[in-house]
Design a protein around this ligand. Structure first.
Ligand code: SAM
Length: 233
């Protein structure tokens, strides 16, 4: 069976028996790329479920081939926009850890609205994390690092904690490259605290930005992004 989870409706909770075995803990990696980090972890921790979220088709396919080659039954991948995944698809308060390593920093000011971290994502993130569950974050981009710090500091449902220590076997693909270039890596982690819980209101997103099965249309992300996804459209 392929590790790629089909998305029937990106605004409905995911129906996937493996993921909904709520007796097993769940760890999710946003922007998992080709799965270097997550498939390694899944191989070392067979009693936990691992879900990668990645919007690039080629990377999702490589992730799935690794799972096949390593015989991993506990690793899955979704080809979908992370915000939708967290807002609509995941079970409430079930993820023990969420990893966001080297997210696209969108350095130009005119592209800042494309950044993942902001109140919408934090809202959906809190809803999916267990109370006491953690978000682990790392980036090479110092300015974005401070932006993410500020986002969490403004949300009383999270408390800053020490980031996990990861040896070279747990470095991601981009991290291995950045460390090889001698770039400084900034890491941080936050824990989800008990708070008032309410259903998430539907996302209000322009029709042209609505995701479709297997791919997210974000025309505003520009030509380069559209070309990257041309085979999936
Ligand atoms: C800079 S790469 C880092 C990949 C991997 N985390 C690593 O460190 O090697 C960012 C990855 O996140 C994916 N990505 C970025 N934003 C995303 C989003 N909103 N939803 C899903 N995937 C996303 C990109 O396609 C890309 O594979």
């Amino acid at each position: 069976m392929s590790a790629v989870i089909p998305v029937v409706d990106p605004t409905k909770p995911l129906e996937c028996p493996a993921l909904y075995d709520l007796s097993r803990p769940l760890e999710v990696e946003v922007g998992c790329g080709r799965g270097r980090f997550l498939t390694g972890r899944a191989a070392r921790m067979p009693d936990c479920e691992f879900l990668g979220v990645e919007r690039m088709k080629e990377r999702v396919n490589v992730f799935a081939s690794k799972c096949r080659r390593l015989g991993l039954a506990n690793a899955h991948v979704l080809r979908l926009e992370a915000l939708y995944t967290f807002h609509y698809l995941l079970p409430a308060h079930h993820a023990r850890r969420v990893y966001v390593f080297f997210p696209d920093p969108w350095p130009k000011r005119k592209h800042h609205s494309h950044r993942l971290f902001g109140p919408l994502f934090l809202n959906a993130l809190w809803k999916r994390l267990e109370i006491g569950g953690r978000l682990e974050f790392a980036t090479d981009h110092e300015e974005y690092y401070h932006v993410v710090e500020e986002c969490f500091a403004a949300d009383a449902r999270f408390r800053r904690v020490e980031p996990m220590e990861r040896g070279p076997e747990e470095w991601t693909e981009f991290e291995t490259m950045f460390r090889g270039q001698g770039l400084p890596i900034h890491a941080a982690a936050w824990e989800a605290l008990e708070s008032d819980d309410a259903p998430l209101a539907p996302l209000t997103i322009a029709p042209e930005d609505e995701p479709r099965e297997g791919v997210v249309r974000r025309e505003s992300r520009g030509k380069e992004w559209r070309e990257e996804h041309a085979d999936g459209d």
